[in-house]
Design a protein around this ligand. Sequence first.
Ligand code: FAD
Ligand code: UDP
Length: 368
Amino acid sequence: MNYDYLIVGSGLFGSTFAYEAAKHGKRVKVIDKRDHLGGNIYTEEVEQIQIHKYGAHIFHTNNKDIWDYVNQFAEFNRYTNSPIANYKDEIYNLPFNMNTFNKLWGVKTPDEAQAKIEEQRKAANIEKPRNLEEQAISLVGTDIYQKLIKGYTEKQWGKKATELPSFIIKRLPVRFTYDNNYFNDRYQGIPIGGYTQIIEKMLASDLITVELNCDFFERKEDYLRMYPKIIYTGMIDQFFDYQYGELEYRSLQFETSILDQANYQGNAVINYTDAETPYTRIIEHKHFEFGTQKKTVITREYPKAWTRGDEAYYPTNDDKNNKTYQKYKKLADSQSQVLFGGRLGMYKYYDMHQVIASALSFAEKEFN
Ligand code: FAD
Ligand code: UDP
């Protein structure tokens, strides 16, 4: 069969692009080095519970077009992410909101909370935040930084908070209302029956062939010869043989247990924000779908340094790495056979809705 496209990676980016290509009558081959579809959004059923194999995935977006698009492939429930922080057995609500401020300081009104934060911000004497630590203190004050941010952040990224970019902490809302919703977006939920069905439906066309357990780098030269166009969603530095050096990534290890009890922690996500606990969070999968099964399944998420051969879960988008990425991007832009997409191909801390939007904009450029 003569294919129009080779897509490297069956994650959300590759699969969205494949779906759009087939819609335009293109023949597509998708390869993935893993033994399953879906990349990091892959879910599988254990004890009648959908397990988020690569960490908690909550779909959220402000964009109605993206919400309608993803709802073609699954029905979503009304789950609202409201993680809990456990700091040395003290329990706080996230994101940072009036419940958090009340528990920490006993304040009851937004004015009192704001005054407390202002007092701590003044004492820290930060004019213009230059890194994550300064950004965090100027947003929520020193107490919250010390209990809920510093320990979590430094173990998650394996770096001092003073060496990390501010944008990472700005992902989290700071709210002066009693609202524990982790996201500000208009639309949010979990696909009933898991994420894998979305990818399966995206790749269901007769024009699409999928090959799993297939690593692009085992036959890179052949693929480049055989396919007129390639969509590559793996690591961009690996594609170019690390010629400008390695980009930094963060890896993870997941430890999953099935427990003979109905309810282990009472919430889908609990973050362990102290420095000593080796994992960052425990997820209890059934709570994403309001499950009432007799057993439960939990996963501990351990952050880990990335070295070659490990799965790269997060790009480390600091200035140094972003500069190196720009060099790779220049190489990528100097040719037209291979397009680089997704979290690893574009080296961007993208969430799912952003990955879909980006894949749709690639498709729009290719097909219209
Ligand atoms: P991936 O899912 O990484 O897919 C890339 C695919 O390419 C993989 O299947 C990989 O095996 C394959 N591949 C790579 N190299 C090769 C090769 N050489 N040969 C063959 N195949 C290859 N987003 C949200 O919106 N909400 C959340 O709550 C959320 N939580 C997250 C939690 C964690 C722990 C992580 C890591 C991410 C989270 N995300 C979340 C982000 C979300 O996972 C990504 O936005 C999305 O999955 C990225 O899709 P992708 O296709 O770019 O990459
Ligand atoms: N963060 C934190 N404490 C928390 C949760 C998050 O300090 O309890 C910080 C941490 O630096 C993290 C960032 O906020 O990397 C973004 O959190 P998010 O939940 O968006 O991370 P992700 O789900 O992408 O790992």
